[in-house]
Design a protein. Sequence first.
Length: 94
Amino acid sequence: MYNPDNAYAYYNLGACYSREGEVKQALGYALKALQIKPDMYEGIVLTATCYKLMRDDENAEKYCRILEENGGDASELRRILNVLRFGVTSDTKG
């Protein structure tokens, strides 16, 4: 049954699009998940990752800070995003 208030459903759609290289689509679903559940760890991480893949370092860092504001440790996320910075091609579908 469809539930428009299920943040995890939107996150899962975003994760699927991300795995398929559809980063802009993934970002849209990640942001929708965060509209419903702003402190959702997985949604924050996916959002930061999408921004990094789109070479939007400012917004990627913004979501690292949001993770910290919600009690998370963003140090590992920043390490992962730093790796993406060097290992990403400019091709982002969407």
